[in-house]
Ligand binder design. Structure first.
Ligand code: NAG
Ligand code: NAG
Ligand code: NAG
Ligand code: NAG
Ligand code: NAG
Length: 457
């Protein structure tokens, strides 16, 4: 889930103003210094994913749009397909201070947080609502019941995610254990104000992106959070490396695409892939790995750059080409690899050209604000060339049932949607639609990503 951390917004949008005067030229060093990775070692700690329920912006807006459409047409109630039958989020079991929680695994943000017992729930518009509305899986983290909890005074946590959810509150330190890997004194957000559209299972999230994307601020009043009082800290996996809990400074993710059949009867899918720490996720692959540098963002232009004048926020990688049918596009803007976003968000041009190649073509629906497509359409093969290798996306990831219309017909959206004009400082997303097809190994210490095409499953 991409996140509008104040720092990124401040840095990048401030620079946006400056940027107009710059002609953005990609640094030569941007050419990926890719190499075939040595065979990565097996992981020391491997945790299966389980999954449930949609909560992502793309899906949510699709559902909202469907409801809106029904109203607009003054027709009978639209029956929205239960998202859990068609969509996943990736959850993992963890303990914080010995208390059990299910947490979302998110490579598009950096904070680990868990709702604090007694939290006040709000809707996305900021209106107070009942605690139930936030739909957390537990009543929240009880700091008093943790033997290892320590408060971190005089600071606060404040985060807003790309889909509009936001949280704020105090900060603490506690032991976080996931899959046998136990990190001591990890800095965590323990929000008391939560605007969250939960799934009844998760109570928070683990962020795996870079330290500069963390959301703790040097003020006890979270409304006074700003880029100037941000206190970046070590995210969970970085702490694990510092504390020598893992031999290798990388973690590896294999996200399975959910089987609609399997989920039709049970909203909870216990087997949706793996996250592995210190080694590679244990799934079959068909090709050699390629390793590419993560792009930082230039502090003078706001655009991704390989140069020393840059800050790392997301797992941003340079794409050499998007290929589909007879088209090959070399993009200007770089995407981030984000487990917390369901769909791919590509440039307007790429999305339009790709949509046109479905048979019948996917068309942009003004009401939904999304490309919709016949659920049985023929899907063009979509390739993403990174580090000299083209990774292909399975057709099953490119048509996503999003709900039903007034007549009860299932409406499908495409897996690759419009993320805006192809500009260097625009953030595009390779979400779960892409990640279902690769093993992605993330190294936040050396700022590298290793990708391997998975065997068909
Ligand atoms: C996660 O925890 C829940 C509840 O404690 C349990 O039912 C489930 O089996 C656990 N899942 C895994 C993959 O360990
Ligand atoms: C927090 O602020 C109080 C009052 O300003 C101060 O006395 C205390 O030393 C601070 N604590 C820390 C850990 O910075
Ligand atoms: C937080 O702000 C206080 C002044 O209000 C300053 O003395 C302190 O060094 C700051 N702490 C950090 C970690 O930046
Ligand atoms: C987070 O900080 C911003 C200012 O940067 C503020 O407008 C917002 O109200 C804060 N959010 C919460 C929930 O405190
Ligand atoms: C690409 O294919 C489309 C039809 O699939 C065709 O209309 C178009 O002319 C082709 N373009 C080129 C450059 O071959």
């Amino acid at each position: 889930m991409t996140m509008g951390v104040l720092a990124v917004l401040a840095a990048l949008s401030l620079l946006g103003a400056v940027h107009a005067e710059y002609h953005i030229v990609r640094h030569a060093s941007l050419a990926p210094r890719s190499r075939d990775a040595a065979v990565l070692p097996a992981a020391e700690f491997t945790v299966p994913f389980s999954g449930k329920a949609p909560r992502r912006k793309s899906k949510k807006s699709a559902l909202a749009a469907l409801r809106g459409k029904s109203r607009a047409h003054g027709a009978s109630d639209t029956v929205v397909v239960d998202g859990s039958a068609f969509d996943e989020e990736y959850l993992t079991n963890a303990t914080i201070g010995g208390q059990h929680f299910s947490l979302i695994v998110d490579t598009g943000s950096s904070d680990t947080w868990v709702a604090q017992k007694g939290f006040n729930c709000f809707d996305i518009e900021g209106n107070p609502v009942s605690q139930d509305t936030c739909a957390f899986g537990t009543t929240g983290f009880n700091t008093a019941a943790s033997k290892t909890f320590q408060p971190f005074p005089n600071v606060s946590f404040n985060i807003t995610y790309g889909d509009g959810e936001f949280l704020s509150g105090p900060v603490g330190l506690d032991t976080v254990t996931i899959g046998g890997m136990s990190v001591d004194r990890q800095e965590i957000g323990i929000p008391t104000l939560t605007a969250w559209e939960g799934d009844g299972i998760n109570t928070g999230l683990i962020g795996f992106a870079f330290p500069d994307l963390t959301s703790v601020f040097n003020t006890t009043d979270p409304t006074k959070a700003s880029a100037s009082n941000q206190i970046p800290y070590s995210p969970l996996f970085n702490s694990a490396v510092k504390q020598k809990k893992v031999k290798n400074p990388f973690f590896s993710i294999a996200l399975d695409r959910g089987s609609f059949d399997a989920q039709a009867n049970a909203p909870f899918d216990p087997n949706l892939g793996f996250i592995a720490f210190g080694g590679i996720a244990p799934v079959p692959v068909v090709d050699k790995a390629v390793t590419v540098p993560v792009e930082g963002y230039s502090l003078t232009t706001g655009a991704p750059t390989g140069g020393p004048d840059s800050d790392f926020f997301f797992y941003t990688v340079a794409v050499e080409a998007y290929t589909f049918g007879n088209v090959s596009v070399r993009p200007v803007g770089s995407p981030i690899l984000d487990t917390g976003t369901t769909l791919n968000f590509m440039s307007t041009d790429v999305t339009a050209a790709f949509s046109a190649q479905f048979n019948p073509p996917a068309v942009f629906d003004e009401d939904f604000g999304l490309f919709v497509v016949d659920c049985n359409a023929k899907v063009p093969q979509f390739g993403v060339k990174i580090g000299g290798k083209t990774f292909t996306i399975d057709a099953r990831d490119q048509i996503i049932p999003a709900g039903t219309d007034d007549e009860g017909n299932i409406i499908c959206i495409t897996g690759t949607q419009d993320g805006g004009p192809d500009e260097a400082d625009n953030i595009f997303i390779l979400g779960d639609v892409f990640l279902h097809n690769v093993v992605a190994t993330f190294n936040p210490i050396d700022a590298e990503v290793t990708l391997t095409q998975r065997a068909k499953y």
